[in-house]
Each structure stands twice: as structure tokens, then as C-alpha cells.
Design a protein. Sequence first.
Length: 308
Amino acid sequence: METPNSTGGTPPTMRVSVVLCTHTMERYDDCRAAAESVLAQTYDDVELVLVSDGNRDVYKQYQSDFGNRDDVLTHCNDANVGLLESRNNGAEVATGDVVAFIDDDAIADEEWVAALVDAYEQQDALAVGGRMTPAWVAGKPSFLPAEFYWLIGVTHRGFGPNGDPDEPGVVRNTFGSNISFDRDVFLELGGFDDDIGGRQGEKNLQGGETELCARLRTEYDEGVYYTPEALVAHKIFDYRTDPGWLLDRAFWQGYSKRGSPISSATSCSGLPPKGSGASSALPLWPACYSSCSCLPSPPSLALATCTA
């Protein structure tokens, strides 16, 4: 007789390893909150893999807070190598059938992993991602339209297989804070390309999940199955709604993708097609820096027009 799990269903059919990385004690409180949200999942068989990116103090705090738990693994890189290599190291350490990734400033809904697993089982998918929602720490800005929520790591209006973020289906990729892969496939692909770098120090290189999913498409002819029921909230601190920060973020998005396999699908008309269906009404002040690869360094422009 099958024993129900905590959601009232049948026992879990797969183990899900969630990789969470941070590199500084300044972010540790948020990282711990992210970790606790993973450990509070209703799905039973969840393994949390905590990676310190070369910071021994962070690693010691991991050990102090979570070292006595059987469902938590900890790893410390020998040096600060960036987010992408840290995630690869976490996936190597993990033991799950699926490896999922979440950022250190995010909070997973308690049904997040259950929704991912349901998509794997129902769709026979190789990669599954979910919806990012905003957690406005300092209030919602009046000037930032929902079409541009991708700048703050949130699922935007126009995302989705048919431009509808409420509709499930196959997309190129979801955000790196809410994406998962069959672990064997992830390792066979070689994980994230750490030459891209990922966030490291003052650099804000992005697009690691985009490049990896391009290889997934090439090697397996598969995209990422998007399920809007798999929810992760992204904390939007006050600095992330500053127009100068948004412009810099848009620049690094375009700079990071300038040599990627998807760069040919990007144009100065606005958002690169992560989902299919960006609105034609997008304001262009950051979009041109997101999609143009010709700029040598972050633009230093007067920002008066950015808030208009």
C-alpha cells in the first residue's frame, strides 16, 4: 500500500536537488531565508545544496545553520569563481534526479518543487522552469511597466509560449532563479558555460541559462517547459528600481548575450525572445542597450528621460 506524502499524493517519484549559492556574508540573511523556503517544500524528497563561492565565513555559517540536516549538502569553492561555475559545482555534488536553481535573494512558494515535478511527469520534459513574481521590498515603482519586469528578474507581460505568462508550454528558457534540468542531461551538456562568468564581483554578466538552453535545443531538440504554477518570488530592493541601475542592468544583459547562440534572434526592437510575444508598446530607453551588442562599456547618459 502506498503511503501518502505531505501533499496527500503518492510517494515522490524523483529526488529534486536545489542548488543555492552566495559569496558574501552581506547577503547571508537573504540566502538563509531562501534556504528555509526550499526546506519548507510540501514535496517530500528535496535536497538542498548550499554553495559558498570561495568565502569560508559563509561556508562556516552554512555548517552552523544547516550542517546537522541530512537533506542539506554544503560545498565551498576554493576561490571566487562566479555564479555559473558555483552552480555547476553544486550540481556535481547533488544526488537528485533533477537539479533546480534558485537565487540567494528569492523565496520559493511551498508548492514550487511539487509543480516542477508534476511538469516533468506529465510532459516527460528534460528541463522545467516556473514563474518569477515580484516581492517589492521598497514599494512598486510607478514608471516601470510590466513588459520590462525582466530587468528585475521577474516574469514579464508578454512572456510565455504565446505571449501569455499564465499559459504553460515550451519556451527558450526561464529565469535562472527558477529553472531546473534532468541532472543527467545537465551534466552531459557540461552544465553552464563558466566562460560566460556569471555574476562575479562588480561584473553583472548574465545569460548563462540562455546559452545552456540553446545547447539543450541543439543536442536534444528540446526547450524548457514553462509552468506558471511553479512560483518563486524575487526580492526587489530599492536600488533595483533606480533608473541608473536599470540602465546598467540592460546594458549587461545585451553585453552578456553579444556572442551567444541566440544573439542573432535579438534586435533593437526590444526584449530578446525569452518567451514569444513581447509587447510592441515597450518603452525603448533600456531595450536598445539590452539588445545592442555594439556598445563597449555601460553607457553614461543623463537619466532624466528614463523616468519620463
